[in-house]
Design a protein around this ligand. Structure first.
Ligand SMILES: *Cc1c(COP(=O)(O)O)cnc(C)c1O
Length: 409
């Protein structure tokens, strides 16, 4: 059963004030998601660095900052968003790849933790800027027996991180160059619902930390297990049991790290599991079209939500005022882009749809609005936030034609 936080009456009232389409987020649900993650790791010094790219809005990032989380950034604008949300220095991690100098410079300026994606970046950083007191390296564990993840791919094929051989060289060089404190990072899965992947990842990372200690005499201060916790986009899927993940990782922590007199802090940089199920794209039916198939044309398009077109992703759809009607019609739900993959759903069973119906596309809180683009002259739409006290705030206005033309010379 998929939920939406407003009653139909509240929704109709809201649409009078803020016309569709818009993404709407639920602060209460976001806070609850963060609490569940923190609870799973309450046995250890743990910090969540919210992956800003999932929902890059300062008002959203501030919800995390207010509840003790940090931010994981991968660009200069994301570093600025984190600061606008009130975060500073070690509460921000820069995890970029193919990183330009200005990102490194901004991270150094604000004292953010820098997570290097390649061994060559060590020299690049030292020669073009300076090395910080603390450095982190991203490990690409080709030893993971993962059949490959649709979004990240097989580790050997993934562009991220250092190889096993390089990781030892990198820590040794950084130590020789005067770096004092170290962290270790990886991110191998995305939208993963299978618990064992997280335990396997932790085991690989913990064993590597012990090897780093034994070979290089470096004690890591923190291990960042990345993001990638999936959410059940389909109604029949089950959420990841974070308690099982937390207690499984606790066992590994004790058996591998504590046994070897290591007790690093742990971190995650979850995005989807924090905001994914706390956001909805609300859209109105503009046209119905019956040709070789039956089409429902919305006032939003893949510029508002690219996941179905990009990954063939499923997003559940409900219809306001028609939640209890039988889903006895079959439609392709489309946008207005001149691209045939601009479809939110294909052959979807829905109740009989009429022009003017309000469709609620679920689980769009992460990597939804964020992936928006202007192809075909499409303008990105607004973002609203339902505060814990029930008030609804516009946290990003819709783009206008003037915005579109503002970069043209
Ligand atoms: C995208 C990304 C995340 C967040 O991934 P989710 O699947 O949203 O949890 C975290 N860390 C890095 C480095 C990323 O690229």
């Amino acid at each position: 059963m998929k939920n939406f936080p407003l009653t139909n009456e509240q929704l109709h009232k809201l649409i009078k004030k803020f016309p569709t389409p818009f993404h709407i987020y639920d602060e209460r649900k976001i806070k609850n998601n963060l609490q569940r993650l923190k609870k799973a790791f309450e046995w250890v010094d743990f910090k969540e660095y919210f992956a800003v790219k999932a929902t890059p809005n300062p008002k959203i990032v501030k919800i995390f900052a207010d509840d003790g989380a940090g931010a994981d950034c991968s660009s200069l604008p994301e570093l600025l968003i984190a600061q606008k949300a009130g975060l500073q220095n070690k509460n921000i991690i820069l995890t970029s790849n193919d990183t330009p100098l200005d990102e490194f410079e901004e991270a150094l300026k604000i004292g953010a933790i820098i997570n290097l994606d390649d061994i060559s970046h060590l020299k690049f950083l030292a020669e073009n800027a300076r090395l910080p007191e603390i450095l982190c390296f991203r490990y690409n564990p080709a030893d993971i027996s993962n059949e490959g993840n649709d979004i990240i791919g097989k580790p050997q094929e993934a562009k991220y991180g250092l190889t096993r051989k390089q990781i030892f060289q990198a820590y040794q060089s950084a130590k020789d160059m005067g770096v004092k404190h170290f962290g270790l990072h990886t991110m191998v899965a995305s939208n993963e619902l299978y618990t064992q992947i997280f335990l396997t990842t932790a085991e690989i990372m913990f064993n590597l930390a012990v090897e780093i200690k034994n070979k290089l005499n470096i004690e890591l201060e923190f291990i960042n297990l990345g993001g990638g916790i999936g959410i059940p986009y389909r109604p029949e899927q089950k959420p990841v049991d974070l308690e099982t993940v937390g207690s499984g990782i606790k066992n590994l922590y004790e058996n591998i790290l504590v046994k070897n007199n290591l007790n690093p802090a742990l971190a995650m940089e979850s995005g989807r599991a924090m905001t994914g199920d706390a956001g909805w794209l609300v859209s109105t039916v503009r046209h119905l079209k019956n040709t070789y198939k039956n089409y429902v044309g919305l006032d939003s398009c893949m510029a508002d939500l690219m996941r179905p077109a990009m990954y063939g992703a499923y997003h559940h759809i409900t219809v306001a005022d028609k939640e209890n009607l039988p889903r006895d019609h079959i439609y392709d739900v489309t946008g207005s882009l001149c691209e045939n993959n601009d479809k939110f759903a294909i052959d979807r069973e829905l109740p009989k749809i009429e022009v003017g119906d309000i469709l609620i596309i679920h689980d769009t809180g992460a990597h939804g609005h964020a992936m928006g683009f202007n192809y075909n002259g499409k303008l990105r739409h607004a973002e609203l936030l339902i505060r814990e006290n029930g008030e609804i705030e516009m946290i990003r206005r819709a783009e206008t034609v003037e915005d579109y033309f503002s970069t043209l010379v």
